[in-house]
Ligand binder design. Sequence first.
Ligand code: 13P
Ligand code: SF4
Length: 337
Amino acid sequence: MNAPANSSLSPAALLDKLAPLGDTSYSLDRCADLAGMIAEINRLKDERRAIVLAHNYQRPEIFEVADFIGDSLELARKAREVTDADVIVFCGVHFMAETAKVFNPERKVLLPDMRAGCSLADAVTAEALADRAADLREVYPDLKVVSYVNCTADVKALSDACCTSANAVKIVERIDSDNILFVPDRNLANYVAENTRKRIISWDGNCYVHHQITPEEVDRVKRSIPGIKVLAHPECRKDVLELADAVLSTSAMMRYARESEADKFLVVTECGLSDRLLMEIPDKRFYKACKLCRFMKMITLEGTLDSLQNLRHEIELSDEVQKGARRALERMLELSA
Ligand code: 13P
Ligand code: SF4
């Protein structure tokens, strides 16, 4: 979503926007601090010719400075289209900022906090992937590696194509092999395997946020709120997905909730998305799984301001990794077109 950044928002207006989220830390004093930072970030964006890209899981106050908010696929596409900026500040996690750098090797790409990683990206290294793919090619000479974008750029560089949660089934269906090594998310791999006849050989990673959600928790809510629609992210376990009315990427959940005739939803993904849903679709009710991604939440407005003031922390990639990762990402965009 294109989000025209708000250059001057009064503390009271900001509190009006944030109070319905039910987080009591948004007091008038806190909103005064946030409003000051929002104004300064927007001033610095002009001065530095910078844009801010933000993932759907970011804090609500980050949405106030974002030029674009989206899921991984939308953010990758947006990063590829940037033409009129010298600096991209990425409010998301490290692998997403790397993707922005892959598409913008000549621009400065900044991540406000370098600790903002991802348990999935940590689950596979380029060395381990190269070894496993070489072993499997002895048995399946036509093997293709499809990597979920939640991995490092050097893992992407060893992949035949990337995919996101929005297009994983389509990429696997369209890639020219029946034998796929799918890295690094086992839950997403299982979901893909259920929706294709191809052989899916899965890596053993998981998203620690989604993997902890149990079917018992979902079932309890379903039984206590008749008519509620369950929207689940495909990083969830199979027994959770079986209880869902729809399995969707984060932005697809936004579209589904907006267009559906239903007015109550259980949003089975990271909590930040429910905040965005509540802010943008105030006439419907959203129940959340209350799971926070500690990596996504490392990005703060304070950190974003510091990033723009001091032009840090810069994402750097070798030429070889940048070119290899770009090939796999471009292949994804071609296959999902
Ligand atoms: P989306 O691609 O659906 O935005 O998901 C990204 C992610 O990190 C989910 O945990
Ligand atoms: Fe990674 Fe999970 Fe956090 Fe998404 S929610 S960034 S997959 S740890």
